[in-house]
Design a protein around this ligand. Structure first.
Ligand SMILES: [Zn+2]
Length: 118
């Protein structure tokens, strides 16, 4: 189940979640590798649209896997950073026009990220 598609809608949802005060974690969904979010004490995947239970030992393993992925490709790492950055910008922006532009660029980055990850 690791070839699950990351949709544009998921990235937009993720951006919306960030705006609502959710936190992007340095962990990835075991199903689809989408970054996990934390809100109101719950960890969930916006792509699978379900809560993800992270066990203590599992969390360490997830971080290890993340490091391995980063080592594989610098491009992936920079794309990941770009996604986080755009999410941060959307969160801090008060302009509807700016948020629209940022959301569009987020979509593009996410598409590139998805292609590289396959
Ligand atoms: Zn997922």
């Amino acid at each position: 189940m690791s070839n699950k598609k990351i949709s544009d809608e998921s990235v937009i949802d993720a951006a919306r979640l960030l705006r609502k005060g959710a936190k992007m974690l340095s962990l990835y969904c075991p199903e689809c590798n989408f970054p996990l979010f934390e809100s109101e004490g719950k960890t969930f995947c916006p792509n699978c649209r379900r809560e993800v239970i992270i066990e203590v030992g599992k969390e360490e393993r997830a971080q290890k896997e993340e490091k391995e992925i980063v080592l594989e490709s610098d491009t992936l790492e920079s794309l990941e950073k770009a996604i986080v950055k755009v999410c941060e910008l959307i969160t801090s922006s008060n302009s509807a026009e700016e948020i629209k532009l940022l959301s569009e660029s987020l979509e593009k980055i996410a598409n590139a990220f998805e292609k590289l990850r396959k």
